[in-house]
Ligand binder design. Structure first.
Ligand SMILES: Cc1cc2nc3c(=O)[nH]c(=O)nc-3n(C[C@H](O)[C@H](O)[C@H](O)COP(=O)(O)OP(=O)(O)OC[C@H]3O[C@@H](n4cnc5c(N)ncnc54)[C@H](O)[C@@H]3O)c2cc1C
Length: 514
């Protein structure tokens, strides 16, 4: 096993961050081994792959760091958001905020983002635009709650919603999308070059992957997770569940109708303009799903008679959920292991790297430790774009705080350090924290604290019981409006009208295209 080692702190900026990743993290990102991009091109690297850069790429347009996050938030302008948030191309017509990488890594927490939306309202931005944006923020919060409560998805070998067991495996060396289709190629290119996409083009890629190609959603989720700067298990998994139809609605089948509406002009320049594979939605997928919807309860979702004690989980793969203490972590700073010792350092994680991280803010004099988790990164093989983004963030933080960067196993680096840390709604962190035993844990900055009495699992249970289909993901879409009502405190009328349509409400209804 390789010994942990402390790494030098890079100077701020993209170039230094790229060099840092190439020098210290080689072998821990996917571009060091993959030769071909998802769209079939050779990697179009932002910097030519000099041997000294070991294939490192960085996002073309998104820079890491609290300063960049603050600038992006200062530029938030929600005018026209409701109508245009799904606009894909030309880029100048987009209304999406592009804040997600900063939200994902805790440089903008959701309470702060919510406050910024109130400011927009006071500045005269149309309430319809602001409420629409707020609903999307709630989706982010909801997906975090549901992931925290139920982190394990359905098994890889499980029969998926379109009725097949997919054997194709994720392979970074083979094209994932049909590059002859202009819409897919452009979206795949943006995913790889920028590490960020508007929600709609994520849905195009995901729909093509899971519904048209019949690949397994988990492999697609992994691909997105590797390339997105905002890649999170929570929102990513919810997105794939919605698109594939596992979340209790019809699958989203993207079509030329969407592309012409949200990317005008793109089809005219596409090689397949007269031979468009998505001219109509995929009739066979719709048919399969209709057939399945007519069946009372799919075999895979039935609870076997000898299944043992009742637990809660995804279709065909049930796990324990701890309802006893809720799943939101502490509400106040605590000393989880009863230690009397004061912390000597703040441990920050990729979930929470902002200046306002509660542990960081509570200990302004302490040094900060970040560990690039070598075993985890070796397994995940993320894109170097994400590693550059994280490095830029650390270099920026180091201009304000004594920041120490390590490479190795966090357990080994941190076992003998008295750390203060922010509780994180991610199972991997919780496992790690049990080994690291921080002396002080600060609450996660929820927008709405999960409550054990209004527990998400119970909400989902109720919904799935209503439809006599057991399983967590099945209730995801319908669960949102209940969650808005019971956890986020919305009125039932507001929850019913605003919440449900938000995910795919303004997408192509399948019937409209045919
Ligand atoms: C297949 C698929 C995978 C996705 N993977 C991720 C992911 O890994 N990480 C991630 O943060 N989002 C993911 N999303 C959700 C959404 O597409 C992105 O949050 C959004 O596109 C980010 O861009 P933005 O910040 O400009 O969003 P805006 O439209 O400006 O919205 C502002 C914020 O609201 C939240 N938000 C908006 N839409 C959603 C949504 N559908 N679900 C959850 N939160 C939302 C995000 O925090 C976003 O930053 C995924 C969606 C799909 C369909």
């Amino acid at each position: 096993m390789t010994e942990p080692r402390q790494l030098p702190v890079p100077a701020p900026g993209r170039v230094a961050a790229e060099r840092f990743v190439a020098t210290h993290l080689d072998g821990l990102y996917c571009e060091s081994t993959a030769k071909t991009s998802a769209s079939g091109r050779h990697f179009d690297r932002s910097v030519e792959p000099e041997s000294s850069l070991n294939g490192v790429v960085s996002s073309q347009s998104i820079r890491g760091g609290q300063r960049a996050a603050n600038a992006a938030l200062d530029n938030l302008d929600l005018r026209g958001y409701a109508a245009n948030r799904n606009n894909a191309y030309p880029v100048s017509t987009r209304a999406a905020s592009g804040l997600s990488p900063y939200i994902r890594h805790g440089m903008i927490d959701l309470p702060r983002l919510w406050a910024a939306t109130e400011t927009q309202l006071q500045a005269g931005v149309d309430e319809h635009d602001v409420v629409r944006f707020q609903t999307e923020i709630l989706w982010q919060e909801y997906s975090r709650h549901s992931y925290a409560a139920n982190p394990h998805p359905a098994g890889r070998r499980q029969v998926d919603n379109v009725g097949r067991v997919d054997q194709k495996k994720l392979d970074f060396n083979h094209p994932a999308w049909d590059a002859s289709m202009g819409c897919l190629e452009l979206a795949a290119q943006e995913l790889e070059d920028d590490g960020w996409l508007v929600g709609l083009t994520r849905m195009w890629l995901a729909s093509d992957w899971v519904n048209r190609q019949g690949r397994h959603w988990r492999d697609g989720e992994d691909y997105f997770f590797a390339h997105l700067l905002d890649g999170s298990r929570a929102a990513n998994r919810a997105g794939w569940a919605i698109v594939s139809g596992r979340a209790g609605r019809e699958p989203y089948l993207y079509s030329r109708w969407d592309v012409e509406l949200r990317a005008p002009g793109l089809c005219a320049s596409c090689d397949r303009v007269n031979d468009c594979p998505v001219e109509r939605p995929y009739d066979d997928v719709l048919l399969r799903n209709r057939v399945r919807a007519d069946q009372p309860v799919a075999e895979t979702t039935r609870r076997p008679a000898d299944a043992g004690p009742e637990t809660h989980g995804s279709l065909g793969h049930r796990q324990e959920i701890d309802y006893s203490n809720g799943y939101g972590g502490p509400m106040y700073p605590e000393r989880p292991y009863g230690s009397e010792t004061l912390p000597s350092a703040v441990w920050i994680t990729a979930e929470s790297m902002g200046d306002a991280d509660p542990a960081l803010a509570a200990n302004p004099e302490l040094p900060v430790i970040f560990v690039f988790d070598r075993p985890l990164l070796k397994r995940l093989q993320l894109s170097s774009k994400r590693l550059v983004f994280l490095t830029e963030t650390l270099a920026d933080l180091a201009t304000r705080r004594d920041t120490r960067i390590w490479l190795g196993s966090p357990k080994e680096v941190l076992t003998d350090v008295e750390t203060s840390v922010t509780w994180t709604p991610v199972p991997g962190w919780r496992r790690l924290a049990r080994k690291v035993r921080p002396v002080e844990t600060h609450p996660w900055p929820w927008l709405h604290q999960p409550l054990s009495s209004a527990d998400l699992g119970r909400i989902i249970d109720q919904i799935t019981a209503d439809t006599s289909v057991r399983g967590f993901e099945v209730g995801l879409a319908a669960g949102f409006s209940k969650w808005c009502e019971r956890v986020a405190g919305m009125s039932p009328e507001h929850a019913a009208t605003t919440a449900i349509p938000t995910v795919i409400g303004d997408m192509t209804p399948a019937g409209k295209v045919s």
